[in-house]
Design a protein around this ligand. Structure first.
Ligand code: C2G
Length: 711
């Protein structure tokens, strides 16, 4: 145990205001109490407000004001210079440590100048900061000490301050990334063994917003690469041990393989960076190339002999091979290969337009209404629909199934793509191609970049946001149904192209076709009784209730038997599940009262024929409000949905045009007293209508087409 030895924890906090409290809390709970924390930030007052009194009143917590745009290396150096402790410990302000961290480090460092503890990646907050009793073994890392530098980082090392000063080492202050190596390599070079304790754990938080708040490692390759070259070249000037040489060479080669090779798909990237790459690759020692595979060695040879032409051919050839290897195994892969390598090399066809709604599941939504407008008013275009079932579509366009070979053919050759959801990740947006994204609803639930956590199967927040951002980068036009959505879309979709502030084409019918003749014809098409009023029940889906990726479960909470017994003489009910819901409903005994209209393509037509809407958190109510008919919210799981799954943009309690009803009893009472509810909510409904529906004037399709397509 260290007697009277103080530990200085260095924690740069810029841009981490959201997480810092958990970091500080984990320090505050330490069983070893002789420490100071140097928290470096450019706006101390703001940071102190965020962290609260507990830390500002504890003099061990020192808030140090630094310039706003300091690189992390500079901040750490300032910390080292100011530290009064005997030991320095590096902890980042979005991470946290187990309670026994400082104690175990201090108990086990002995006469060594350095020690390190265990590290774990986590997606969670510090409530999960468990300790692992009984694993308090100290291992010594000698020959393998460089393995302790995980992710090129100095985090979680505790080092003697006197020792740092005797070596005179500091972090490089010019680079944004890889700066830690400039400190760690000279340090480890001077040390024979590093003790490692596995019972204390450093929790490294996986950042969930790689677009707006990337961690350093999530920055674009173009930004990280020059940093790596600079750091690598600088360190290679030193007299290094074989271990350090290997460590540095492998760092460079791994970065090359993981990131640069992908970028080199594009020849212009090779032209831009070849010389810098060659300068570093030339410094790799021959021993580090032993046992490397042929593909890598061929690349290196071309780089070292300065043969850019050969390097480009190799790179193109390898990408082709990789595409073939990846593609050949599955049917879909083979189609994607043909798409990428053949269809995408053919010319685009200027008047060809591909339409798709809800991944080919329906002929519906705004793409349908844009299509129908074009059919009448843009005769020179060839229009194609992506639709997965047999379906008669007016104007008899060519139809293709999603992911069929023809589908790939059309999305490669069409000048225009119109879709209301994301295209597949394999879609390559061609130069000159125009992608009109209509989207499919005014957002109530938090969207994409605004989501904190992601609870859908088969993904995590980082992957989800990255894929989403790749998609939104491809959008040339995006339709906004109202000013509220326009502002949210810009932020949550990171969207900087043309926002079409036109209202929704899918809502044109709610203005233009709201008359008894059309309503009757839709009811006839659906074979519904005409002497009953119609309730439409259209809930949304639940992110965490699923069978598998893309197929969600929905458990009906509505008591249909009771509803029928009480209201069956006056009403019928249409049950409309969200398009990702795969659960089937059993309506035995409810014939003539409850109708499953989940398979009906166009929900706008269902709105037209309904006298009342029951929904929950679905965007359907924003559209339905155009009709100014009653809306009830059956929100039996409000707390869970709001707090755990998504979070909302508006206050459900005060801003909705109808009441929140938490169980069947409340819901039935509301149906019974619907006239009273209409009267009670009149004012709120007006305000809601003005805010969300006032752009919908029946001409949205026309306005969109005029902007996006030539006459
Ligand atoms: N929809 C439907 N039937 C339902 C629910 C939804 O036909 N029972 C259609 C509506 O056109 C609705 C759209 O699907 O506007 C989107 O559905 P939401 O329930 O709002 O959910 P989601 O697909 O997650 O989209 O910005 C909007 C959000 O992205 C929500």
């Amino acid at each position: 145990m260290l007697e009277n030895k103080m530990i200085s924890i260095i924690t740069p906090a810029e841009n981490n205001e959201n997480y810092i409290n958990e970091t500080l809390e984990s320090i505050h709970k330490q069983t070893y109490t002789d420490y100071e924390v140097l928290i470096l930030h450019s706006d101390i007052d703001a940071l102190k407000r965020a962290t609260g009194e507990k830390y500002t009143e504890d003099e061990r917590f020192k808030f140090v004001e630094v310039k706003h745009d300091l690189k992390v290396g500079r901040a750490r150096n300032i910390g080292i210079d100011m530290a009064r402790g005997d030991y320095i410990y590096f902890l980042d302000s979005d991470d946290y440590i187990s309670e026994n961290m400082l104690q175990l480090l201090s108990e086990n460092i002995g006469q060594h100048p350095i020690i390190r503890a265990r590290m774990k990646r986590t997606d969670f907050g510090s409530s999960f900061a468990i300790i692992m009793p009984g694993t308090n073994k100290v291992r010594m890392f000698g020959a393998r000490k460089y393995n302790l530098i995980r992710n090129h980082s100095s985090l979680n090392f505790m080092v003697s301050k006197e020792y740092i000063n005797s070596l005179g080492i500091r972090f490089n202050e010019e680079v944004m990334t890889f700066s830690d190596l400039t400190f760690m390599v000279p340090l480890l070079e001077s040390i024979a063994v590093v003790p490692y304790v596995s019972e204390a754990i450093y929790f490294r938080r996986r950042r969930n917003d790689p677009i707006n708040h990337p961690s350093l490692r999530q920055l674009p390759v173009e930004q990280r690469m020059p940093d790596l070259f600079m750091v690598y070249n600088g360190l290679k000037e030193m007299e290094l041990s074989a271990q350090a040489e290997r460590f540095l060479d492998n760092t460079l080669l791994n970065f090359y393989r993981k990131h640069l090779v992908v970028k080199f798909k594009d020849d212009s990237f090779i032209d831009e960076y070849f010389d810098d790459l060659a300068a570093s690759i030339n410094k790799i020692s021959p021993e580090s190339l032993q046992n490397k595979d042929r593909v890598l060695l061929n690349d290196i040879r071309a780089i070292r002999t300065n043969k850019v032409g050969i390097f480009k051919s190799l790179s193109n050839f390898h990408h082709l091979l990789r595409d073939i290897q990846k593609g050949i195994r599955t049917k879909k892969g083979r189609k994607e290969l043909i798409y990428k390598r053949i269809f995408n090399k053919m010319d685009m066809i200027d008047n060809l337009v591909v339409f798709e709604s809800f991944q080919g599941k329906a002929y519906s939504d705004s793409p349908k209404y844009i299509y129908e407008y074009m059919l009448k008013n843009r005769k020179g275009h060839k229009l194609v629909w992506v639709i997965n079932k047999d379906q008669k579509i007016p104007g008899r366009p060519a139809t293709v199934k999603r992911f069929s070979l023809k589908y790939y053919y059309y999305i490669a050759r069409a000048k225009h793509i119109v879709s209301n959801v994301r295209m597949p990740n394999s879609y390559i947006k061609r130069k000159g191609q125009i992608y009109l994204q209509t989207w499919h609803g005014t957002p109530l639930k938090r969207l994409a970049g605004d989501m904190e956590a992601v609870h859908m199967p088969g993904t995590n927040a980082v992957r989800y946001k990255r894929n989403f951002n790749n998609e939104t980068d491809k959008w040339d036009y995006l339709i906004a149904p109202n000013a509220y959505s326009s502002a949210i879309f810009k932020r949550a979709f990171w969207f900087n192209n043309t926002m079409l502030e036109t209202g929704y084409p899918r809502n044109d019918v709610l203005t233009n076709d709201n008359n008894p003749v059309i309503i009757r014809s839709i009811k006839e098409k659906l074979d519904l009784p005409r002497d009953k009023k119609v309730i439409l029940y259209a809930p949304t889906w639940r992110d965490d209730e699923y069978y598998k990726v893309g197929k969600y479960r929905f458990t009906l909470q509505l008591d249909l038997e009771r509803l029928k017994a009480r209201f069956g003489d006056e009403y019928i009910i249409l049950l409309r599940m969200h398009y990702v819901v795969a659960s089937k409903m059993d309506l035995t005994g409810l014939e003539g009262f409850a109708y499953d209209v989940s398979g009906y393509d166009d929900v706008s037509e269902l709105y037209l024929i309904s006298d009342m809407l029951i929904t929950d958190y679905s965007s359907v109510f924003f559209d339905y409000a155009n009709l100014k008919r009653p809306i009830l919210f059956f929100t039996y799981d409000l707390e869970k949905y709001k707090d755990q799954l998504r979070g909302f943009y508006i206050d459900m309690e005060t801003e909705l045009p109808g009441p929140l009803l938490k169980d069947n009893d409340e819901l039935f009472e509301a149906v019974e007293n619907i006239d009273q509810i209409v009267a009670d909510y009149e004012e709120r409904y007006e305000a809601f209508y003005d805010r969300f529906c006032s752009w919908d004037d029946g001409r949205a399709a026309e306005k969109v087409v005029d902007i996006v397509f030539d006459k």
